[in-house]
Ligand binder design. Structure first.
Ligand code: SMG
Ligand code: MG
Length: 370
């Protein structure tokens, strides 16, 4: 048990090496909240996966900042002595807001593990010390540019290519990438851009031997995903629709997906993410680790999670060079075999470099018990 002395919030911005476009918008820089939690015993870090706008989910940076400052942090201070496994129940008086909650769950867990000198990977139950990496390729300005980008990532060693798709260019683009690369593990992610009436598109995509189709329909349409899954051969993977282990169980039992993307921030943090992993494992459904273009803080967190046994497919955690010229932490470098090492230092195993953090920080606020 330990007491939280302070929570320091940083809003940071780092330019992306190349714009990232999905079916819902384009980013040219990474803007997110980092929380530095200081306890009586140690300091821990948590990265909030929300974005500038509430497009991927209902949460967004300014909302998450107020949620943490005005509701979640005061509840943690009021709780007194605490351990990471209790944080979610202390915060459960707030409905939803998993990304804001995850920031604090993860930071408190990081501090706790650093105080014990134990790595996050070992705490979670890691079974490997390297993780297979895929890369998520944004919607490109043209098919030629897309083919060039894919070739570049494959040359670097990435083991799975995921293409962001949107209505209009989907079949042509995916077909071109498949034709140029008949053997690779290839998947697509629609970020909820389609409706069940678009079933003909998915039947056409069936011809390309895709590893999966990620989140084709609206995030609330789990039932419609089950109807779609009955009609197509390719496995559906759910991302946005899964907010908890209970959601994962319901979606799998309903036949709405045969693969689950786990993003710890989307489900309220590392401890719920491990429960999603366990439910999928029990139902013999493979999972893989999603990404939210995290800085080195969030990506080191994800690498520890991705070392659990049921993470059976290459994830979206890519090397630093895929995102940033200058990250907050030391660069994560892809090995020629397309893997990244699981951090083995205490907690998440990395810390933001103070100089780089200062250079990236747009705003800071220190929260303490009143
Ligand atoms: O971290 O490399 C990454 C990004 C992976 O495609 C990615 N994430 O829906 O899976 C997804 C998207 C969400 C982020 S959109 C800004
Ligand atoms: Mg996705």
């Amino acid at each position: 048990m330990t007491r939280i002395r302070s929570i320091e919030l940083h809003l940071i911005a780092i330019p992306l090496v190349r714009p990232f476009r999905t079916s819902f918008g384009e980013s040219t820089e990474k803007v997110c909240i980092l929380a530095r939690v200081e306890t009586d015993d140690a300091v821990g870090w948590g990265e909030c996966v929300s974005d500038v706008e509430p497009s991927f989910s209902e949460e967004w940076n300014e909302g998450a900042w107020l949620m943490i400052r005005d509701l979640l942090a005061p509840a943690l201070f009021a709780a007194g002595d605490l351990e990471a496994e209790l944080v979610a129940s202390v915060l459960s008086f707030v409905r939803g807001h998993p990304m804001a909650k995850a920031t604090l769950v993860n930071a408190v867990l990081d501090a706790e593990l650093r105080a014990q000198g134990r790595s996050l990977a070992s705490y979670l139950g890691a079974v490997r010390d390297r993780v297979e990496c895929g890369v998520s390729v944004g919607i490109a300005p043209s098919t030629d540019v897309l083919l060039e980008q894919v070739a570049g990532y494959l040359a670097e060693g990435y083991r799975r290519i995921k293409l962001k798709i949107e209505p209009g260019t989907d079949v042509e683009r995916v077909g071109a990438v498949r034709e140029a690369n008949p053997e690779i593990l290839l998947s697509v992610d629609a970020n909820a851009a389609y409706r069940l009436a678009d079933i003909a598109v998915f039947k056409q995509l069936d011809a390309f031997g895709l590893l999966m189709i990620e989140q084709p329909l609206h995030h609330e349409d789990v039932w419609e995903h089950s109807l779609l899954q009955r009609e197509i051969r390719t496995d559906i993977c759910l991302d946005e629709s899964i907010r908890s282990a209970a959601d994962a169980r319901a979606a799998i039992e309903l036949g709405a997906c045969r693969i689950v993307n786990i993003k710890q921030g989307r489900v309220g943090g590392l401890l719920e993410a491990r429960r999603v992993h366990d439910v999928a494992s029990e139902l013999d459904v493979p999972v893989w680790c999603g990404g939210m273009l995290e800085t080195g803080v969030g990506r080191s967190t994800n690498l520890a999670l991705a070392a659990l046994p049921n993470f059976r497919l290459p994830g979206d955690t890519s090397a630093t060079s895929r995102y940033f010229a200058d990250d907050l932490t030391e660069p994560l470098v892809l090995a020629p075999d397309g893997t990244l090492p699981v951090p083995d230092g205490p907690g998440i195993g990395v810390e933001p470099d103070p100089r780089r953090l200062e250079a990236a920080t747009l705003r800071t606020e220190v929260l303490e018990k009143e």
